[in-house]
Design a protein around this ligand. Structure first.
Ligand code: 5GP
Ligand code: MG
Ligand code: MG
Length: 183
């Protein structure tokens, strides 16, 4: 695949770089208000949330800490088992801390539902979720998400951290791929 053609594979741009940056500034402002006077740890979920974390974090004017987790979900074949494996755990002890999990997209909700209860069992002061995108039609697990960039239709999107076969994460916009990519 020719890397110089990567932007051409987007058939439909859902959100431009400018729109994404604008929405992240709004979310950061909301979080700043909600956590005024409290310490804050934001936890990015590798690898998809790298771009969101980098831009969201830089939209804050307050102090905060950043940590990362990597997880893998099992059960993609026939039925979701609900089993999530931690590939990289936090380096931070979150007991007594206010935690906001940052992710790029919620699809079925399986990953974040599991992750939220996993982190909640470590006695943090609070755990909330911030996601750039959410597909309400795809949700199979109830997930209480406090901060959402946009709700989107149930279609496969790439760019801005979101991959198709590990490619397209580096696109600045978010969109859907042209059919020729899949064939
Ligand atoms: P969930 O547990 O919510 O079903 O899984 C969310 C994960 O599935 C995301 O972190 C992402 O890796 C992947 N995913 C879900 N929908 C999409 C999509 O439209 N595009 C891409 N690239 N990945 C998606
Ligand atoms: Mg993710
Ligand atoms: Mg992926």
């Amino acid at each position: 695949m020719d890397a110089s053609d990567v932007q051409d594979d987007l058939v439909n741009v859902l959100y431009t770089e400018d729109q994404i940056q604008g929405r992240l500034r709004e979310l950061a402002a909301q979080i700043e208000t909600d956590y005024a006077g409290k310490d804050l740890l934001i936890v990015g979920i590798l690898r998809g949330a790298v771009m969101v974390m980098a831009d969201l974090a830089r939209s804050f004017s307050r102090h905060l800490e950043m940590d990362w987790m990597a997880v893998s979900s099992y059960g993609s074949g026939t039925k979701s088992s609900g089993v999530v494996r931690i590939l990289k755990d936090l380096d931070t002890d979150i007991s007594g801390r206010h935690v906001v999990i940052v992710d790029e997209i919620i699809d079925t909700g399986l990953t974040l539902s599991w992750l939220t209860s996993n982190l909640a069992s470590r006695n943090p002061a609070s755990v909330e979720i911030c996601t750039l995108l959410r597909k309400p039609e795809a949700l199979t697990m109830p997930v209480d998400v406090k901060y959402v960039g946009w709700d989107i239709p149930n279609e496969f999107v790439v760019g801005y951290g979101l991959d198709y076969r590990e490619q397209y994460r580096n696109l600045r916009d978010i969109g859907t791929l042209a059919p020729h990519v899949y064939s």
